[in-house]
Design a protein around this ligand. Structure first.
Ligand SMILES: *Cc1c(COP(=O)(O)O)cnc(C)c1O
Length: 395
């Protein structure tokens, strides 16, 4: 299975069949598992084999299929599925850290990731240094002998900066720190994060893995020692495990994710090129544009794939951005991404509302910025809709 290409792994990886040999992955909607006798129960609590289960918070056959498929896909030794992307980020970080440890993190982060670092970990005595993630000199200056974790989103939300996984990993590893990458915007389809040096890769499965806006989920991928050691212990005792039903949705999502993400990236590239330089725009942020500051890194790290999301900085601030959003006829106004439906978001007043004006300024989250997650609709229809809404934004 390790020799399969990604598309084959996405369809068949990790499949386990019951005594009925079903074709489609079964949903084992059960919390518990029956032991044949007391001795078997005792033995299973001493050591649980790969085809043995105790309780759905610890593991479940459907959840395990999803974990094995994701580990195979990313080239990690093992994976643990979580109830949401945030359960995955929290578990990945908290299971590696204790009071007195030091973390270096990129400052351009999803709001809830920032909350975990600033409001939870720092309150428990972890020291965090924030850096401009795109500047390797800042990482180099920030790491110390007691740095335990370096954390970043490989493509940041919503300004779509791309961070050099190999570059940061080399710096982190020079002081023995573990590299944890939130890889949502890069997508599992275009990621090669572990081969590039990341130790732990985290996804919100809510995004492209489901891809159809139905369920929350997350996954942490890494070495067997880490996943079945501190991470599993943290997750199974604190309760953030994925439900079997949601794991089944994610398995079905993985079967089609390559086709979906390919189409979404192609449309995003077309829309970005179609609006770049539009008189209603101050900036078009899309990593696939040749003018993007990290486009060279997109070529080497992501095989040239700029992702499924673009951000548009509209002239005229919040009023113009709201006019733009309200004029769109195809995309919905919401806050998910990676969905089959195109979704437009105004980060400054929604996902990133909690940040101070100073922080927003520093991160480039301007009042005119709109995040646009490109769906599976016809790209020409979407481009025409966006162009018309840009005209409306300036009226
Ligand atoms: C959505 C998202 C998360 C959180 O995922 P949930 O499934 O909503 O908990 C974390 N990181 C990034 C980059 C995200 O986009």
């Amino acid at each position: 299975m390790e020799n399969w290409n990604k598309r084959t792994k996405l369809v068949h990886g990790g499949t386990r069949r019951s005594q009925y040999n079903e074709v489609s992955e079964a949903i084992f909607l059960t919390q518990g598992f029956v032991y044949e006798n007391a001795e078997q129960a005792e033995a299973r609590f001493i050591e649980t084999g790969p085809d043995e289960f105790i309780y759905a918070r610890y593991g479940n056959p459907t959840v395990s299929m999803f974990e094995q498929r994701m580990a195979l896909l990313e080239g990690g030794e093992d994976a643990f599925a979580t109830a949401s992307g945030m359960a995955a980020v929290n578990g990945a970080l908290t299971s590696l850290l204790k009071a007195g440890d030091h973390v270096v993190s990129a400052k351009a982060l999803f709001g809830s990731c920032l909350y975990i670092l600033e409001n939870i970990l720092m309150n428990f005595g972890v020291e965090v240094t924030f850096v401009d993630g795109t500047n390797l000199d800042e990482w180099r200056a920030a790491v110390r002998e007691d740095t335990k974790v370096c954390f970043f989103e490989s493509m940041s939300n919503p300004t779509l900066e791309v961070i050099d996984i190999a570059g940061v990993s080399e710096i982190a590893h020079s002081v023995g720190a573990t590299v944890v990458v939130d890889n949502v915007f890069s997508t599992p389809v275009n990621s090669d994060a572990i081969a590039q040096g990341a130790d732990v890769v985290v996804y919100s499965a809510t995004k492209h893995i489901d891809g159809q806006g139905r369920a929350l989920g997350g996954i942490v991928i890494g070495t067997k020692d880490y996943i079945r050691g501190p991470l599993e212990a943290y997750m199974k005792h604190t309760g953030g495990s994925l439900s079997p039903f949601n794991a089944w949705i994610m398995l079905k999502g993985l079967e089609t994710i390559d086709l979906r993400v390919r189409a979404q990236v192609e449309s995003a590239q077309k829309i970005a090129e179609g609006v770049d330089g539009n008189p209603a725009l101050l900036r078009t942020l899309y990593p696939g544009l040749k003018t993007h500051a990290q486009n060279a890194l997109v070529q080497t790290q992501l095989g040239g794939k700029g992702g499924t999301v673009l951000s548009l900085d509209i002239k005229g601030g919040k009023d113009a951005a709201f006019k733009f959003l309200n004029a769109l006829t195809i995309p919905v106004i919401s806050n998910n991404l990676g969905d089959a439906k195109s979704i437009a978001t105004h980060p400054a007043t929604t996902t990133h509302q909690r940040l101070s004006d100073e922080q927003k300024d520093d991160l480039g989250i301007t009042p005119g910025l709109v995040r646009f997650s490109v769906g599976l609709e016809d790209a020409d229809d979407l481009l025409a809709d966006v162009l018309a809404a840009l005209v409306a934004s300036q009226a």
